[in-house]
Design a protein around this ligand. Sequence first.
Ligand code: C2R
Length: 344
Amino acid sequence: MKSIQSHIEIRTGSDSDIPRIKAAYQLLEHLGIPYTPRILSAHRTPGVMADEASRLSENGFRVCIAAAGGSAHLPGMTASETLLPVVGIPVQTSIMGGIDSVLSIIQMPEGIPVGTTGVGQSEHAALLAAQIAYLGENEIRNKIRAFLGIKSKLSGQININPVIGVVKTNTAHFDPIKYQKMVSFLQKAGIETIEYDVTSQTKDEAVHYLAELERKGAVANIIVYSVYHRIDGELSPGFWSSRTDIPNIVLPVVTDADLAVDEITRGMLHDRLILEEFKIMPNWGAVAFMGINRYQNAALYGAQIAGVFFPSISENINNYRSEIASVVREKDERIKTDGIGPFF
Ligand code: C2R
């Protein structure tokens, strides 16, 4: 008997992670979605891990969930070897409560994004992975929508398109240049963007915006928000993730001006980010959290989701990856000839 093609791989750094992310396997089983469990370590089996990551796409996978604890390099190194979106689960650790795992996963350098969940939020990871992998399949999308408590069903055959929504919250505290680069990166990659400034809008209008995204067959929704300058009653990332099954990418931003503050406020910012948001991501549901100010990575992650379904976009990302790799090689060549002198 031929088994059903699995589109989701779940790799863990060790078998000791498996009981800690039980909810991920359980949710996929509940939704009737097949998955492939693997144990691969960026540290202990680097060659095999990289090899298997580079073959994910040709093996029929559409998304990879990677869970690891402590110095958790597995999600990031997997992401370096594939163009598929990677969902990282920071595993709870006994000494540092998993904050070590989160920080090892989330703050990837620009160019290689990992969509990160809160510590141990394996059910969210599975949900997000299912949302990505089955974007084009209505029956499963409707199951996911029912699970999320969304009343309306998608009817007929859904035609997904390379369309991505960008929700802006409190734009006064964005880096305008990086924001614009993010949007033009998406457009250059062949993606239509629908920007939505939520600052002065009501919930009704937000629901309207989501309906438009769904009608257009959008493949992702990027939510950009200022960590430091929250607006009272603003629509939090959780608002979006409970109202649509389109994968939500959350980008927290902080400006230089925010950081040029006294020790106490800086400490508050640190606590809010590190203790509240990175670790527990309170009630935000299944969202792909990006590192702070990783504008480019938010765009790339969205493009990678689109690339699962649109080969020309995947090709564009591949070219981009080659470009960033050659920039590093050129710098290395230069340092070999010029040394470190020019840096000082
Ligand atoms: P053991 O229980 O095998 O000693 O592993 C695993 O994910 C696990 O949480 C202890 C912890 O080490 C982690 N590990 C990583 C990686 N490989 C193993 N973080 C990796 O490649 O990132």
